[in-house]
Structure formats: structure tokens, C-alpha cells
Design a binder for this molecule. Structure first.
Ligand code: C2O
Length: 319
């Protein structure tokens, strides 16, 4: 797939915020009001209607994801080896940066600096369906390439896999919660277990995913996308063509914050320069191409946003 974003001869270094008055608040998608829905679908509509070569165009934005995951880039010191952000320690940081710029661009399009993406709160029973805002066919947040069988009120199967027998619906919510407990707590006690394996210059891609990236992250991609074609959400290259991608990843990003605050274990980010200095390029809300490093994204407040606090119901749900 050819999905490299537009190029630029100038690349600026990203500057994190130094003060944080007016933090944007990312809220649970199932509890936002009509006004927010209108605002968000309008912003997405504007993005979809930009000229196709505009770096903010919705497809160009989706292509950024495609380029970083479908082998568009090679490692600069190892031209025969691909650069890839999935299944390694780059996963969380790349997607945080990606959503950051995407959110800022949406805010710019509707001239609202307080605009924040929603998160799909699928680790909580109230959030275990496709949020209503994404199912209204008349808005830009709808995508027809989702599976018909997973439309509301179908409950999400956080451990969905096409080859697995269909989940028994009677206790699916409880099993989802126990699964969350395992992926977040016992399965993710260290940075390597949770964030993923080191991926350094010269390494082949796919060194190993962290617990949450494997599931529910990947499983919920497959569950949401069309089960026979895998489009959109079920495929790397096309996933970000579904606006729900950004609520799914906002949730993943939120769970990274939750993980750092969990009791017990050594739940701290890596302190390794190869990780901290890894960098990605994005078009920003001023139409500049910007280089952002992993070390720039570790504090969401320096990116100007926080998550709404919602109850966490899997803390005591041992598998
Ligand atoms: Cu870059 Cu959810 O994948």
C-alpha cells in the first residue's frame, strides 16, 4: 500500500507545553452530550472534506498510521530493515503522539482549542458496546466497514478472536473484567511486559508486544472491523479510516496512565535512551512537519490533556 504522507523539506522539533492552564479533558464516549457529538462529527466532516493532498485530510491522517505500520519506512542506518511501531515498546508512545496531533488538528478546524477526543471506555460495563455516537449513519463518525454482528446492543468481547468459539454471552461482562485484570495487572507487571519489548536500530520489527497491545487492543480491532474482509478496523493499513479508531486508541492511551498508577509491581516506564529518543514525524495544527520523541509524550499534561476519572471495576476481579 502506498500511504506515505506529504513530505516537507523542513522538520521542526516538537516543544512540549511549559505551563498547563486549560487542560483538555478526554471523556468517555458513551457519556458525552449531543453538543459534543455535533462538534466532533462536524470537525471530522471538515477533515474529510479537505483537499485530498492536504496533510490534515482524513485519509492523509489515516495514512500516517498506515505508513508507520505497513512497511513504508526503512531504518535509516539499516536500509534493509523496516521501521514499524507495533509489537514493540514504541506502540504506546507512537499512538499517543499520533492522537495528540489529530486532536489538535480537529480543534483547529472547528476553532476550539478545548476540543478533546473521546475514549471508548470498553473496560467498564457501561462502555462495552460500540458508543452510540459512532452508529448514527448520518454523521461523519459512522463507518460502514464494521461488522454487522457487533452493532449495539452486542457486548464487546475483549478477547475476541476469529478462531475462537463465540463468547458465551451470559457472563461476557464479567469475563471482560477478569480479562482486563489479567492484562493490566498480573500480565503487565514490568515495562517490558506491559509496554512491549525493546526495538532498537538494527533489530527486526515485531520484537514482541506488551500485554495490552495484544489484547484487548488487537482483539478489539478485529472485533470492530468487518469479520470477513477485516476492513477497516481489523487491518493495520486501513484501521484509522474508521473514526472509532481514535476512541479505541484514546482508551489504550488512558489505560497506559491507569497502569502507571496501579498498586504493587514495578510499573514504571522504561528509562532507556534508545526508547526515550525514538522519534516520529507528524503534520501539526500549524501545518508544520514536526519531530516528536518518546520523551516528549510521557506526561499528558505537557501535551495539554488529561482523562476524565471513571470508576475502574476490574481492580479486584482476579481471573
Ligand atoms: Cu496502530 Cu490500534 O493500531
Amino acid at each position: 500500500m502506498n500511504c506515505c504522507p506529504p513530505d516537507s523539506s523542513t522538520i521542526l522539533d516538537f516543544k512540549p507545553l511549559t505551563s498547563n492552564n486549560g487542560l483538555r479533558v478526554r471523556r468517555a464516549a458513551h457519556s458525552v452530550d449531543e453538543n459534543y457529538k455535533r462538534k466532533y462529527s462536524n470537525a471530522t466532516y471538515l477533515m474529510k472534506n479537505l483537499p485530498i493532498n492536504h496533510p490534515w485530510n482524513f485519509m492523509q491522517q489515516a495514512n500516517v498510521h498506515c505508513a508507520y505500520c505497513d512497511g513504508a519506512y526503512n531504518q535509516s542506518d539499516h536500509p534493509n530493515i523496516k521501521f514499524e511501531v507495533h509489537f514493540s515498546w514504541l506502540f504506546f508512545a507512537f499512538h499517543r503522539a499520533y492522537l495528540y496531533f489529530y486532536e489538535k488538528i480537529l480543534g483547529k478546524l472547528i476553532e476550539d482549542e478545548t476540543f478533546a477526543l473521546p475514549f471508548w471506555n470498553w473496560d467498564s460495563p457501561e462502555g462495552m458496546t460500540i458508543p452510540a455516537m459512532y452508529t448514527d449513519k448520518s454523521t461523519s463518525l459512522y463507518d460502514e466497514l464494521r461488522d454487522a454482528s457487533t452493532q449495539p446492543p452486542t457486548i464487546t468481547d475483549l478477547n475476541y478472536h476469529p478462531n475462537k468459539p463465540k463468547a458465551n454471552l451470559s457472563n461476557l461482562i464479567e469475563r471482560n473484567l477478569r480479562f482486563m485484570h489479567r492484562q493490566m495487572m498480573s500480565g503487565g507487571r514490568t515495562a517490558e511486559l506491559f509496554l512491549g519489548q525493546p526495538f532498537r536500530s538494527g533489530n527486526e520489527p515485531f520484537q514482541g508486544a506488551g500485554s495490552l497491545e495484544l489484547a484487548p487492543h488487537a482483539n478489539m480491532h478485529r472485533w470492530t472491523g468487518n469479520h470477513s474482509t477485516s476492513l477497516d478496523m481489523g487491518s493495520f493499513g486501513a484501521a484509522a479510516r474508521d473514526p472509532i479508531f481514535f476512541a479505541h486508541h484514546s482508551q489504550i492511551d488512558r489505560l497506559w496512565e491507569v497502569w502507571k498508577g496501579l498498586p504493587g509491581g514495578r510499573r514504571e516506564n522504561f528509562n532507556d535512551d534508545d526508547w526515550l529518543d525514538s522519534a516520529f514525524l507528524f503534520w501539526d495544527e500549524d501545518l508544520k512537519l514536526v519531530r516528536i520523541r518518546v520523551r516528549d509524550v510521557l506526561d499528558t499534561r505537557k501535551l495539554g490533556y488529561v482523562y476524565e476519572e471513571v470508576p475502574i471495576q476490574w481492580l479486584d476481579m482476579k481471573p
